[in-house]
Design a protein around this ligand. Structure first.
Ligand SMILES: Nc1ncnc2c1ncn2[C@@H]1O[C@H](COP(=O)(O)OP(=O)(O)OP(=O)(O)O)[C@@H](O)[C@H]1O
Length: 301
């Protein structure tokens, strides 16, 4: 099912083209939008919410055109902005109840719903304290709660792990996964940290300079590569020489040998060579592609 789609989407600012002919389709589940700072991620999110006009091209969210149906889109889509935007004198409860009422819920329902989402994101007693005294992790949780409070069908999360320590980042990533799986809400989440999205997304879109570099499922991204990493305790050079003699392509990489898998028999050749030379094998592992590799590959749309 298509959740959002863009076609030749372009946004020019006076000095820079933030989005350049971006054509992409996003289905249900958790989708990561990856790109370096300035790649155009926030610009895309603002256009999808109908808050910014495209210079050219088109975009649809849940079947609605962003230029004509902004208000309807914002009614059924949650948005977690990148920057700190919480009023410091309000408590998380007051703020989230207010946001629920803004989305049309009556006061009692808004209070119940706010209490539920704050609990889901892991804010308990502290939700009654003024947010000015919150840690970055707590503020990110409130921003996430207000994005969920009106029971959206899709949430757009702009850099939700920004400023978090490793534990806070892990907890936020687990929450994002839960939103996508247990709550059944589709998620588009941006990050400039490529590795972290691998853990929570079903699909990843990589953009650079406003252009699409790649859009693939995580399974495709992390498929096995044609290289086996081999580590032996001693005798690395002898093993490399023997494998080359047997017709394999070998490169030394620190303590490791990288062996190109030219055919399934490469694994047998490797095993036999290690036995023949009486070496102690520490590791033999087929490589997996990582999202980071996309930035090292030639442009491939
Ligand atoms: N309102 C604006 N006026 C002028 N230039 C802008 C404006 N908004 C964004 N830009 C420029 O457009 C480009 C893309 O910015 P955008 O904020 O979309 O990137 P991003 O991928 O979200 O990066 P970051 O994570 O750093 O926000 C940048 O070069 C930025 O300076």
């Amino acid at each position: 099912m298509t959740i959002l789609a863009t076609e030749g989407l372009t946004r020019r600012f006076p000095r820079v083209t933030a989005l350049d002919q971006l054509t992409v389709t996003v289905g249900s589940g958790v989708t990561g939008l990856v790109g370096a700072n300035g790649a155009g991620k926030s610009t895309l999110i603002k256009i999808l919410l109908g808050l910014l006009e495209p210079s050219a091209g088109s975009a649809q969210v849940l079947g609605m055109d962003v230029t004509t149906h902004g208000a309807e889109i914002r009614r059924i889509v949650g948005y977690m902005p990148e920057h700190d935007c919480l009023p410091p004198d309000l408590s998380a409860t007051e703020f989230t109840v207010h946001m629920a009422q803004m989305s049309g819920l009556p006061r009692t329902a808004a209070r119940e719903r706010a209490a539920d989402v704050l609990r889901h994101v892991g804010l308990y007693e502290e939700r009654y304290r003024a947010m000015g005294g919150y840690s970055t992790g707590m503020k990110q949780r409130v921003k996430l709660a207000q994005a969920l409070v009106h029971d959206p069908r899709l949430v757009l999360l702009d850099e939700p792990t920004n400023g978090l320590d490793p534990q806070g980042r892990d907890e936020m990533l687990a929450l994002i996964r839960k939103i996508g799986t247990e709550f059944g809400i589709s998620v588009l989440v941006t990050s400039h940290l490529l590795g972290e999205l691998e853990r929570v997304c079903d699909h990843v879109i990589v953009i650079d300079g406003g252009k699409l570099l790649r859009s693939s499922s995580i399974a495709e991204f992390t498929q096995t590569t044609q290289t086996v990493t081999v580590e032996v305790e001693e005798g690395q050079e002898a093993l490399a020489a023997r494998l080359t003699e047997l017709g394999e392509t070998v490169t030394a990489h620190g303590r490791m040998l990288l062996v190109h898998v030219r055919a399934p028999e490469t694994f047998d050749t490797l095993r036999d060579a290690v036995c023949e030379l009486d070496l102690c094998l520490v590791r033999m592992e087929q490589g997996r592609q990582r999202i980071e590799d996309v930035f090292r590959e030639p442009v491939n749309v």
